[in-house]
Design a protein around this ligand. Sequence first.
Ligand code: 13P
Length: 256
Amino acid sequence: MKTYIVGNWKLNFTVGEASIYLHKLLKRLPNYRDVEVVVAPPSVALQPLSLQIDRHKMKLAAQNAFYRDYGAFTGETSFTQLHGLVDYCIIGHSERRYIFGEDDKMVAKKVAAAVRNKITPILCIGETESERTFGETADVIRDQLLSGLSEIGAEDVSKVLVAYEPVWAISSAKGAKLASPDEIAEVVKLVREILKEVYGGETAEKTAVLFGGSVNPSNAGAYLTVPGVNGLLVGGSGLILSQFADIIETAKRVRS
Ligand code: 13P
């Protein structure tokens, strides 16, 4: 399986800044065949960046999309419209769940719409700090994972990338805690156990599981060597070119 390094740019960069960043990153990166580099710019930059990107070196992801293909849904963008522009879409990020009120049902419909439109979903799951404190982590992971996958067929499950992003570990620059490799290992193991129980061992093995939450060049190596982790979903550090490039190079080193 490839190692995935995904940069989620969130609501940062103008179209011009995004284009300059991409230009510099493309220049800096060789083509690492076993590391799949993905960047998720703001939606307004996807079309121009899709013309600029070298798909042998990296791929584009959307940060969100709506589950209906066309119609009276003011302000939305569909997976049908994104088809051909992006290869991936982040779905169910905790910022979408908690700031924009997306529930498990909506997340499940989005995962299904992505698969229907041949876009790989990056399904984000993760508990909040209080859920962890109250011992609810395993239940939250099970609920978010199984409901997120509930609208697709069993044969499509291994096409989904599952990203474990504990909410309490996102944005350490703003005071979040760092997840320890052991804490991550425990949840990643649980994800695979649930997948095995519901979809069988082969699907559990073939499904990529990523970790996200305050990943930076100093912890990327440790996180990438957590058993069962197949990649990283990077926020703040992915906005700084030298740091993102460092993380990609770490992934390459850890692989070889
Ligand atoms: P940070 O790396 O800034 O904590 O963000 C993680 C994240 O939410 C990626 O999707």
